[in-house]
Design a protein around this ligand. Sequence first.
Ligand code: EPU
Length: 418
Amino acid sequence: MDKIIIQGGRRLAGTVEISGAKNAVLPGFAASLLTEEEVHLHNIPKVRDVNTFCHLLASLGVMPETYGKNSCRLKHDGKTSFEADYNLVKTIRASILVLGPLLSRYGHARVSLPGGCAIGARPVDMHIEGLKRLGAAITIDHGYIEAKAKRLRGAEYSFNKTTVTGTENLLMAATLAKGRTTLKNCAVEPEIVDLAELLISMGAKIKGQGTTTIIIDGVEALKGADHTVIPDRIETGTFMIAAAITGGGITLRHCLPETLTAVIDKLRETGIEIITEEDSIEVKMNGSICPADVETLPYPAFPTDMQAQYMALMTRSNGVSVIKENIFENRFMHIAELKRMGASIEVSGRTAVIKGGTSLSGARVMATDLRASASLILAGLVAEGETVVDRIYHIDRGYEGIEKKLGLLGARIERVKS
Ligand code: EPU
């Protein structure tokens, strides 16, 4: 298993290019199941979850073919399969995103029920309930969701909790349903807007994306499309913190600051200087980091996917801060590892109290999930001496060449293959 080794203490400087958003590409890939024509997606990040999803698509008869710098052509190969196998779903929960498109296009889907993961139980009850509302007959047998419907019928469905992939699944399913679907209490994440824009360019009739009510008028068939996915707002936020935690100054290019308002506001509160342009951000940190409390909530509030990285920053603040995780019940796994590096953090339920000002020392630590790994790398950048982050395959799921990008900014960081 690969490791990342960091020698802490270097200030970051320079320019970093932000990659496309993993969480926009995956639903975009799933949307290609809705048409027999070619879909071309651009700005695809080279990350492991995207590769895994390509295998899933291939098993379902859509052959992803990469070309150019970061483009992908998705074309149905004539064979049809309705089954997302356990072995693929267990490695990537976002596989659930094929349920709505398969059912809507073929009238049949068999998708392994995703289990829990390191950050929480993560049920998919609303995906199932919503599809039932659109007329699907759904059973769960032998660990698989078996869904059937001759043709889905438009209906009204209100999510009882905000769900990102749940909204995406029902949105995709409704595009080919008969009649009008009204989805209420939808998630409003930028990745959902991006998916809706792709679907619209495929011929779908959608209104209200980016608000909590989305109205979809079903069409008979969707066509091919050409679409560039949005930049990754979580990679952007992670690099902003990387610059600030090292007391450095960097420019982030090819990003979308408007999707990071809550993160930018919070980082400014801690004393970080941030200048935004339409598609770039300049980050500078001089002086000490002030503590600022945060709680995670659905977009447009502070994202759970930035909580672990923000906690690494708060270990370097000059006071006490409180972080509350409201989305996932077990997303504090990085704390034990940060403590091994010298951080002072007390946890009570979903709340962590971080006493800043303690110096961090390099240690051997273990990545437990994607964003936790990012947090440990950020801590390693400022820890005294050497930090070795094990189980780095987690970071490869969602960050494209993080050690290369940090290395170009001046970090002493290397990947050791084993
Ligand atoms: N939930 C239910 N029932 C459902 C669906 C969700 O109770 O049917 C609960 C979840 O257990 C959780 C909350 O609702 O407590 C929100 O979960 P959501 O469904 O929004 O999460 P997700 O769609 O599975 C996506 C991202 C995650 C990100 C969350 C929250 C993708 C592929 N994944 O997951 O990204 O943390 O939204 O913003 O878009 C990551 O990139 O590291 C990552 C985990």
